[in-house]
Design a protein around this ligand. Structure first.
Ligand code: DGJ
Length: 723
């Protein structure tokens, strides 16, 4: 073992620090990831000096490193499981070289016996505290060596302190995404795995770990930016700490590297926040905002949508949709999105996918008349597509049955009556690119709702590029890369286009798909009560302006429950607002009320969006969120208060607003349109310190009602509500 003086690799950000212990002949050891240390702080001794050999243990001590490997005295989960046709089933790094550029460490680990090299890139962003890590494994063997089969490559191995207590991850199903699952950490391994071929409704690829029971105590978060199969584990170690690994889940035989080839892992976005879930969310929001593909880096105001799905489903008729568009424009809609049902023979979900031209019966002149009508009404035109899929009942499948994923000899398994196209086949990719290009060049489409409505099962490809010389191989991973390629091609060819990522609601959401897309449809559930839970959980990772949030009908199509228009609108207000209904079916009073909510959204969106968000539960059925955009001159705070069940108390609890400035006094104004505006706050400004500590007293509210409140520091003049 190396006895030289320890050498430390140290990264500091605003509120966190990372320390690795480095020596030239092994992978750097994790010494620290947590709250910001003072500059110059180092561990007192090298780690092994603090760890005398315990009974019944190897004389060689292998603490947690940034890439622990099986077979060399590491008994936890390995960061790499690989072999060469059964040889070199264990790896051990015998060389470590590091280059540093500002906040980035590029660490190259070599195993000269197994002839592999792992390059780990680790960047700690100074301002956002985001620790980005990814790993790239190279096969440095020669042609004479067996190819390298990889079963598991952790994108990152992170340390968690011994005080780690609980992990929050996400479970769910269609229409109930982002349900928080809390597990207590123990000596049993904690594992969440998803093999549905997309991020899935069940298992958003992220988690947070709390290291104290305190409400706003320190919290770690990690997210894997990958739109396919994935796995994450948290595993107790004998020094009481935990290791946390995240990476892509690989099917047997899926990745086999020939000499000179490499496997690049997805990126893990990890962060430590000293003071709770909202401050952790702020790191994630800032990071994602910088990653997203806005033109010239500027996000335009998020337009009010009307999406036609729940208004007409497959029942399209040109005149009817024009009338719907007119009614939508009249209430203030700014973007009209024509959902499923517009293309060839698409009368229900059993046929048509793959045939991306307008259905002649429904649209005799194509989509142009409708699209131009929408534009004439002052709205932009968006179109639903599901390019990755094919129905067996389609012209495309009849002509090219071999374009769909399948596994020789196995039955074809459909989901929503459809199959997944093998995007790894360049001919398929080109077909889809051409179909989409034809639509985008012949019609004034500025927005695509890109849907994906089934899990991927039989991802067997026979396409030569993906099989590594075999007759057939698993292509779950290659599929996701091919999808990114297709999206990148479309974006390059149509740079003004915005794209929404939808997969039966929130089945494909992650920071990799969001490098190509601009909005997520977080759920098909428009029941405002259920949606509020989904949205507030999604806000942990996603900023409000990209969370599509629509006012649905009452009763809600997915749950059968009804809420008032005001409550539904108040829940939608907090995200990227839209309508999922046939506005023509509203009474004239309801239309006026809806128009008022739309006006409110349009006047507040520059504060609601690009904002910091805080969420809270005041007790007695009151939940709330505050948005404030520090770029705005008036420094306003918008407080959305939701009573989600009847009160059990005579007087409502107060809401303590810790984000306010105790040096300021705040003017409080109730902006809630419609009948829920039953309460006016006293015009006298209130001390920030009081609102922070004692809180804002609330009026009595009926169940499933909401208040939208604006707080402005006294010295700022209130901006007038305007469109
Ligand atoms: C699933 C989506 O989540 C819905 O919004 C809608 O677009 C349907 N697909 C259309 O088939």
């Amino acid at each position: 073992m190396n006895q030289e003086a320890p050498n430390y690799l140290i990264l500091h950000s605003n509120r966190s620090s990372v320390i690795l212990e480095w020596c030239a002949t092994e992978a750097p050891l994790w010494r620290y990831w947590g709250a910001r240390l003072l500059d110059g702080t180092t561990p007192p001794t090298r780690l092994r000096a603090t760890r005398p050999t315990p009974p019944a243990s190897l004389e060689f001590d292998q603490p947690l490193s940034i890439a622990p490997t099986f077979g060399n005295g590491w008994f936890g989960q390995s960061a790499l499981l690989a072999h060469r046709d059964g040889q070199h089933f264990t790896q051990s790094w015998n060389n470590c070289a590091v280059t540093r550029e500002k906040q980035n460490l590029c660490i190259t680990l070599t195993d000269t016996i197994a002839k592999i090299r792992l390059v780990i890139n680790m960047t700690l962003a100074s301002a956002t505290d985001m620790l980005e890590i990814n790993s790239c494994l190279y096969n440095d063997g020669t042609d004479a060596d067996e190819k390298l089969s990889i079963q598991w490559l952790a994108a990152a191995t992170l340390p968690l302190p011994a005080t780690s207590q609980r992990v929050n991850s996400y479970v769910g199903q269609w229409a109930s995404e982002f349900q928080i699952q809390t597990d207590t950490l123990s000596r049993s391994i904690w594992r969440r795995e998803n093999i549905r071929g997309r991020t899935s409704h069940d298992c958003f690829p992220a988690a947070t770990v709390a290291i104290s029971a305190q409400q706003n105590g320190p919290l770690y978060g990690a997210h894997l930016a990958w739109s396919g199969n994935h796995s994450q584990t948290i595993e107790w170690q004998h020094d009481g700490q935990y290791q946390w690994q995240l990476g892509e889940w690989l099917a047997p035989g899926e990745v086999q590297l020939q000499s000179g080839q490499y496997l690049q892992s997805p990126t893990v976005f990890a962060a430590f926040a000293p003071d709770g879930a909202d401050s952790l969310a702020h790191c994630y929001h800032a990071t994602l905002r910088a990653l997203m593909p806005w033109r010239d880096g500027v996000i335009p105001p998020r337009p009010v949508h009307l999406n036609t799905w729940e208004a007409v489903y497959f029942d399209h008729n040109e005149a009817d949709l024009m009338a719907l568009a007119t009614a939508a424009a009249d209430v203030g809609v700014e973007r009209f999105v024509l959902d499923d049902g517009w293309f060839h023979a698409r009368n229900n979900d059993t046929a048509g996918l793959g045939d991306w031209w307008a259905d002649k019966k429904k649209y005799p002149q194509g989509l142009a008349p409708l699209a131009h009508h929408v534009i004439a009404k002052g709205m932009s035109f968006g179109l639903w597509v599901e390019p990755e899929m094919v129905n067996p009942d389609s012209e495309l499948f009849r002509a090219h049955p071999d374009w769909a994923f399948q596994i020789s000899g196995r039955p074809i398994v459909t989901g929503r009556n459809q199959l997944v196209l093998d995007l790894t086949n360049e001919t398929v990719e080109n077909y889809l690119f051409d179909c989409l290009s034809a639509l985008l060049t012949t019609l004034p489409i500025s927005y695509l709702k890109w849907d994906m409505n089934r899990d991927i099962t039989h991802a067997g490809t026979r396409h030569a590029g993906a099989t590594h010389g075999r007759k057939e191989s698993a292509a779950y991973s290659a599929y996701v890369h091919a999808l990114y390629r297709l999206l990148a091609r479309i974006r390059a060819a149509f740079p003004k286009l915005e794209i929404e990522s939808c997969a039966s609601g929130g089945g494909r959401i992650d920071y990799a798909i969001l490098r190509y897309t601009h909005r997520v449809w977080v759920s098909d559930c428009n029941d405002a009560l259920a949606r509020l839970t989904i949205q507030q959980a999604a806000l942990q990772w996603l900023p409000p302006e990209i969370i599509g949030s629509h006012v649905g009908t009452a009763p809600a199509h997915t749950t059968g429950r009804s809420q008032s228009l005001a409550f539904r609108a108040a829940v939608a207000l907090a995200g990227h607002f839209g309508l999922e209904m046939d506005v023509r079916k509203l009474s004239s009073t309801e239309r006026l009320e809806l128009a008022e909510w739309i006006r409110l959204y349009r006047s507040l969106r520059d504060t609601l969006h690009q904002a910091q968000v805080w969420r809270g539960d005041a007790g007695d059925g009151i939940v709330w969120q505050v948005h404030s955009n520090s770029q705005k001159k008036d420094a306003a705070y918008i407080l959305c208060i939701y009573r989600i069940r009847p009160t059990m108390q005579r007087w409502s609890p107060s809401i303590t607003l810790a984000m306010l400035d105790d040096q300021c006094r705040y003017v409080i104004e109730n902006l809630t349109p419609s009948q829920d505006k039953v309460y006016e706050f006293d015009k006298t400004p209130v001390d920030g310190a009081w609102l922070k500590q004692s809180g804002l007293p609330l009026p009595r509210m009926t169940a499933e009602s909401a208040l939208i409140i604006r707080l402005i520091a006294e010295n700022h003049t209130a901006t007038k509500l305007s469109n």
